[in-house]
Ligand binder design. Structure first.
Ligand code: 5AD
Ligand code: SF4
Length: 350
């Protein structure tokens, strides 16, 4: 089978046997990649038209109790600058995003014990009351099912929790022993059962990631059927154990974005900040590979420089220039909540 045939089969069936996917990952040429991206754009257009959705990204806390080996916010990083936004700060960021036409607010942060259910529910309920027509996405790591339930009741609609690696051994390579892939997957299942639109995701080229790991990622996406998938290249941070590891490949990231669009036609796929950091025009290339979401950073400038997950973050973060970027990729910005359309598509084969 040729790679062009593999890509067409994947589009038709939203599925490709593991060994065929392996062949595609291992032997694709730039021409194959272009074909994949063209099919990914066509599939995206069938589901979403030319719409791209923007999100107001607010990084609410740079404190984190966890110690993931890849992340600059890890608790062992003594050089990290820590901050927390107040409720008023957060509401001011929401107002800024709303004024510019953004209809989803994403509250993202490290696993900060200060972010109790009481505080987060209060903030969420306030946003919900002020912006009844908007979506509220939380991305605050692993919490109890009770906590997720309370936040949903307070008005949150969506939750982003990248699973980071679908492969047990690789997950352990990226995290200290107390962190478990199974706990993370349980969180994702809880979130879905509670009623959230759920996003998972992974880094491309993280240390120790083999082709088999990537195939495990694609299998997990197919079985879990997330509403959103965050895929970005791994980028080293100088104050982490992975400081000297090579960065992930933007080209491979784009390939996985395209494959993911064919696997999950209705998914919300962001052109990530990491992709925009790894490559000039990275986010535009992400849109051309099948992504349909951009998440400009609305954190206050002082916070933005402190929220340092990987080196070089900051380069392509803000709202300015996004209209040109989106239109350059043949799309337009749509002023709506931009919900996932995953549920409206039923799998027709296998
Ligand atoms: N490079 C790229 N992405 C990273 N993340 C954390 N550290 C890095 C890094 N060094 C991503 C993870 C995590 C989110 C906070 O950012 O996937 O879920
Ligand atoms: Fe904390 Fe998330 Fe960074 Fe891990 S990846 S150290 S949980 S902010």
């Amino acid at each position: 089978m040729t790679n062009l045939e593999r890509i067409d089969l994947l589009e038709q069936h939203r599925f490709l046997p593991r060994e065929e996917l392996r062949a595609l990952l291992e032997t694709h040429t730039p021409t194959d990649a272009e074909h994949l991206f063209a099919r990914a754009r066509a599939v995206r257009e069938t589901v979403y038209g030319r719409a791209v959705y923007l999100r107001t990204l607010i990084e609410i806390s740079s404190y984190c109790k966890k110690d993931c080996y890849y992340c600059g916010l890890r608790r062992s990083n003594q050089n990290a600058q820590r901050y927390r936004l107040s409720k008023d700060d957060i509401l001011a960021c929401c107002a800024e995003g709303y004024a510019l036409g953004l209809r989803t607010f994403v509250l993202q942060g490290g696993e900060d014990p200060w972010c109790t259910d009481a505080r987060l529910c209060d903030i969420t309920a306030n946003i919900r009351k002020r912006y009844p027509g908007c979506a509220i996405t939380l991305s605050l790591g692993e919490r109890s099912r009770e906590s997720y339930t309370a936040l949903f009741a307070a008005g949150a609609d969506r939750y982003l929790l990248r699973h980071e690696s679908a492969n047990e051994a690789h997950y352990r390579h990226l995290h200290p022993p107390e962190l478990r892939l199974q706990s993370r997957l349980q969180c994702l299942r809880d979130l879905r059962e509670i009623g959230y639109q759920v996003g998972c995701g992974f880094m491309v080229g993280s240390p120790g990631q083999s082709v088999d790991c990537l195939l495990d990622e694609l299998e997990l996406l197919r079985s879990f059927q997330p509403d959103m998938v965050g895929i970005g290249p791994f980028l080293p941070h100088r104050d982490t154990p992975f400081a000297h590891e090579p960065p992930g490949s933007p080209e491979l990231t784009l390939l996985l974005l395209g494959i993911t669009r064919l696997l999950l036609p209705g998914a919300l796929l962001p052109a990530t900040t990491a992709l925009g950091t790894a490559r000039a025009n990275g986010r535009a290339m992400g849109l051309l590979a099948g992504a349909n979401v951009v998440m400009p950073n609305f954190s206050p400038p002082s916070a933005r420089e402190k929220y340092s997950i990987y080196d070089g973050k900051n380069s392509a973060e803000g709202f300015d220039g996004l209209q040109a970027l989106v239109e350059g990729a043949g799309c337009h910005i749509e002023i709506t909540r931009g919900d996932a359309r995953s549920g409206e598509l039923t799998c027709t084969s296998t």
